[in-house]
Write a protein that binds this ligand. Structure first.
Ligand SMILES: Cc1cc2nc3c(=O)[nH]c(=O)nc-3n(C[C@H](O)[C@H](O)[C@H](O)COP(=O)(O)O)c2cc1C
Length: 195
C-alpha cells in the first residue's frame, strides 16, 4: 500500500483503571493470526488509539510519553501485512514507507511476524545534540522505554497482547526501512491478539 492511512481522531479518555492495567500487563509470545483490518472502522480506531497512547500529542508541545529535553526524537514505524508506515502524530495518519510486509524481518524468534503489527522505535539522532556517545544511547533507549510501557498499559487495558524486543536484526531492518545513518532503531514491540 503506498497511500496515507488517515486515522480517526483518537479516543483520549477512558480505559481500564491504571492499577488494573498494571496488574494485567505482561509480555505475550503466542499470537492469533488476527490482523488490523484497515477497512474496518473499529480496527482503525483501535490502531489510532494505540498509537496515540504510545506517543501521541496531548497538547501542542507535549506527547503521551516524556522525552529528554522534550526532544521527541522517537518515530514509530508500524509494520503491517500491507507494508511499513511511519506514524505522523500531528497529522494522525500513517505515512507509507515500504509496500512490503516486514513484520517477520524484525526478529528471529518464532512468534515474530505472526502478530498483527510490529512497532519499531526509531530515534532521529540529529535531534539529540551535545551528548557523548554513551549519553546519546542512554537518552534514546530511556525515551523508548516510556513509549514501550505506554503500549504495554494500553494493550492491557484494551485486551491486546504485546511484547517489547531487543532481539532485533537492526542493520537489516534499518536497510529494509530505508533509514538514514542518523536514524537508529532502539527496540521493536510486537502487538496483536493473544492466541
Ligand atoms: C529492554 C527489553 C528487551 C526485551 N527483549 C525481549 C526480546 O528480545 N524478546 C522477548 O521475547 N522478550 C523481550 N523482552 C521482554 C522480557 O523478557 C519481559 O518483559 C520479562 O520476561 C518480564 O515479563 P513480563 O513483561 O511479562 O512481566 C524485553 C524486555 C525489555 C524491557
Amino acid at each position: 500500500m503506498n497511500t496515507d492511512i488517515i486515522l480517526p481522531a483518537p479516543v483520549c479518555i477512558g480505559g481500564m483503571p491504571l492499577r488494573d492495567a498494571l496488574m494485567t500487563r505482561r509480555s505475550v509470545r503466542t499470537y492469533s493470526p488476527r490482523r488490523f483490518n484497515l477497512n474496518d472502522k473499529q480496527d482503525l480506531q483501535l490502531l489510532s488509539d494505540l498509537l496515540w497512547a504510545a506517543f501521541g500529542p496531548i497538547s501542542p508541545k507535549r506527547r503521551s510519553a516524556p522525552s529528554s529535553h522534550n526532544r521527541q526524537e522517537t518515530d514509530l514505524y508500524v509494520l503491517l501485512p500491507e507494508g511499513a508506515f511511519r506514524y505522523d502524530p500531528s497529522g494522525n495518519r500513517l505515512l507509507p514507507v515500504v509496500g512490503t510486509d516486514l513484520r517477520a524481518a524484525s526478529g528471529a524468534q518464532d512468534y515474530v511476524g505472526t502478530a498483527a503489527a510490529e512497532i519499531a522505535f526509531v530515534a532521529d539522532t540529529t535531534k539529540v545534540t551535545g551528548k557523548s556517545p554513551r549519553g546519546l544511547v542512554e537518552t534514546i533507549y530511556v525515551d523508548t522505554g516510556f513509549i514501550s510501557q505506554n503500549i504495554y498499559l494500553f494493550c492491557a487495558s484494551e485486551g491486546l497482547a504485546t511484547v517489547v524486543r531487543a532481539m532485533v536484526p537492526k542493520e537489516s531492518l534499518a536497510a529494509a526501512l530505508q533509514l538514514t545513518h542518523s536514524q537508529e532503531i532502539t527496540l521493536v514491540q510486537t502487538v496483536g491478539w493473544a492466541q
